[in-house]
Design a protein around this ligand. Structure first.
Ligand code: ZN
Length: 135
């Protein structure tokens, strides 16, 4: 008899999610290689001379891998907050409440002007912080 695969694992990592995860890993790998080679890969920083709202995210993830959590949050607070707090919370919500409730939550949030105002404010505040810090 064939063993049943874990349904929670299957729900989270559907085929599409696996492709997105692989593509994201490929992008992160290329960015890490470019960073190790000393290249500035951010087009905004390269062409305008000003860091973009996500500048420093790769270095922050590298710091996170070395368990330097405080330095990672100081370098790129918004991306670290999304990766370390919001993403795990969304994954837990998805596991506990399922796909339909997750879709409903996303649909509700995407239609909410309050959500978009908060997201825009957080992005602009993070961008000002990144520029002031000189990432
Ligand atoms: Zn950038």
């Amino acid at each position: 008899m064939k063993p049943k695969p874990c349904t929670a694992f299957r729900r989270i990592f559907s085929a599409n999610a696996a492709y997105v995860f692989l593509a994201g890993g490929l992008v992160v790998g290329c960015v890490a290689l470019a960073h190790c080679a000393g290249l500035t890969i951010c087009p905004v920083k390269r062409w305008l001379g000003v860091p973009c709202p996500t500048c420093g995210a790769t270095r922050a993830f590298a710091l996170l891998l070395h368990e330097e959590i405080r330095d990672a949050f100081e370098l790129q607070p918004l991306v670290m907050a999304l990766a370390c707090i919001a993403l795990p919370l969304l994954l837990m919500f998805r596991i506990v409440f399922g796909k339909q409730r997750m879709r409903k939550l996303i649909a509700t949030a995407s239609k909410s002007p309050t959500f978009w105002c908060i997201a825009a404010f957080m992005t602009l505040a993070n961008w000002a912080y990144v520029i002031a810090r000189g990432n």
